[in-house]
Design a protein around this ligand. Structure first.
Ligand code: GLY
Ligand code: MN
Ligand code: MN
Length: 461
């Protein structure tokens, strides 16, 4: 964890958003894999980690604004636990590591919360997508799970998003560290991607590199020659010479900050002409994003500008037609890029996704589009110095989507359906890097950029 002063400052800033009532931040519990004593690898809740830094399961932090106290709830290790799991710090020691002055047994938390509710004190929670957390919280409050949303506080979500969105120097150092390890993962994948290799061998090497550094991947890696399947976690194919391999993988830093990079490159080291043209178009898309990213611009605008480059480029290749501005306004380009340009990155790969994507990516000024493609843009709002985000344009040929749109002649003024038959088995290309918005513009995270130009990617194997 960071120095306790960092967590104390974060907690003080959170408390400044509220004047009365209670705020409860719950940590995660062990989650059984096959049985209670055989659990998934433990990963602390990211907001709890942000405000406490404590990585053990079974903790909760209560801010009592009325009493001006913060209390860490948990338990001291039993002798039995110490026999099976070795020395475990006491609750007081763990609280001290985070600069928290008060501790209490977790078994006392339910009564305290239920008394507060009975007295009419507001009790505020964050949402959680983990079922065991929702069960725990409902038990604590003495309510049915279905009633939990009444305790999920928009005020609290907004405060946490405001704080976590702007990364401090200590977080940026972690994100650089994650990106540096990400560089090693992607270079290793490139070296391995020879004809005859299986996708799972590369995915396994990514896991191994992370594990050998004492880390974990920040999400299940995507290693696929079917890049058109956006979140393809199947790793079953043997690589063939001339195919494009898409590797979308990230890793956590020591303190759990994520990287998230994608590279797409030819198995065997040579792009064919069609692959190269479309690959260079994706690079032009990302270059356009980097021309624009700076504080003050909305990411929705950056996304739109990138889609224009995509539509112009596809028109030049004979795959789209008509006025690119009109095509993008109509959403026709989304046949080829049905996802958003990027998302916030931090302690989560899609940072703060658990708190509700619209609270993270949108605000009173910028609302999520309802249009297919653009509605999947996770981040639309105005960029600020200290935001960290991904830039990940792509171009995909998704047979089911093409077939449906062609049957409906959707956007037929803009899409050259007659040319798409040749591309149904093309696959997909995505290129993704991680970016820090700075006072004057932006910089990439990590000290070295993963090879990305055609020259860098060809002839490597
Ligand atoms: N790895 C998923 C994404 O890039 O958003
Ligand atoms: Mn990714
Ligand atoms: Mn991403």
């Amino acid at each position: 964890m960071f120095d306790s002063a960092i967590y104390q400052t974060r907690r003080r800033r959170l408390q400044e958003y509220f004047s009365t009532g209670l705020v409860l931040l719950c940590g995660n519990f062990e989650s059984p894999f096959t049985a209670a004593d055989n659990c998934y690898r433990f990963r602390q809740d990211s907001s709890f980690l942000y405000f406490c830094g404590l990585e053990q399961p079974g903790l909760a932090l209560l801010f009592d604004l009325d009493a001006g106290r913060e209390i860490l709830f948990g338990s001291d290790p039993s002798l039995e636990e110490q026999v099976w799991s070795g020395p475990i710090p006491s609750l007081v020691e763990r609280a001290a590591d985070s600069g928290i002055g008060n501790v209490a047994p977790l078994t006392r938390l339910a009564a305290l919360l239920q008394q507060a509710i009975a007295k009419g004190q507001p009790v505020r929670l964050l949402p959680s997508s983990r079922a065991e957390n929702r069960l725990f919280q409902a038990d604590l409050l003495g309510i049915q799970i279905a009633e939990l949303p009444t305790f999920v506080s928009t005020e609290l979500i907004k405060a946490v998003v405001a704080l976590r969105s702007v990364k401090g120097a200590e977080e940026i150092a972690e994100l650089d560290q994650a990106a540096d390890l990400g560089y090693r993962l992607h270079c290793a994948a490139m070296k391995m991607a020879l004809p005859g290799t299986y996708e799972w061998e590369i995915a396994g090497e990514l896991e191994a590199l992370a594990a050998r550094a004492g880390r974990m991947l920040s999400f299940p890696a995507i290693v696929t020659t079917h890049g058109e399947i956006l979140h393809n976690h199947q790793q079953i194919r043997q690589l063939q010479d001339g195919e494009l391999l898409l590797v979308d993988a990230g890793v956590e830093s020591r303190r759990h900050y994520a990287s998230d990079h994608t590279r797409t490159f030819p198995v065997g080291g040579t792009f064919n002409p069609a692959q190269q043209e479309l690959y260079q178009l994706v690079l032009q898309c990302s270059d356009r994003a980097y021309e624009l990213i700076r504080p003050g611009i909305t990411f929705a605008e950056v996304h739109r500008e990138v889609c224009l480059v995509l539509a112009r480029g596809l028109a030049a290749l004979g795959l789209m037609r008509g006025d690119p501005q009109d095509a993008v306004a109509a959403g026709a380009h989304a046949l080829f890029m049905p996802h958003g340009l990027g998302h916030m990155l931090g302690l989560d790969v899609h940072d703060m996704e658990d708190l509700g994507e619209d609270w993270v990516g949108y605000d009173e000024q910028v609302h999520r589009s309802g249009q297919f493609g653009t509605r999947s843009l996770r981040l639309g709002r105005r960029l600020q110095d200290g935001f960290v985000l991904t830039v990940e344009p792509g171009v995909y040929f998704i047979p089911a989507l093409i077939e449906r749109w062609r049957a409906e002649q959707l956007h037929a003024d803009f899409i050259a359906y007659e040319q798409l038959g040749n591309h149904l088995d093309f696959g997909g290309i995505r290129v993704e890097d991680d970016v820090l918005v700075t006072a004057t513009g932006h910089r990439l995270l990590g000290h070295r950029r993963i090879p990305r130009t055609v020259e860098e990617l060809t002839g490597r194997q």
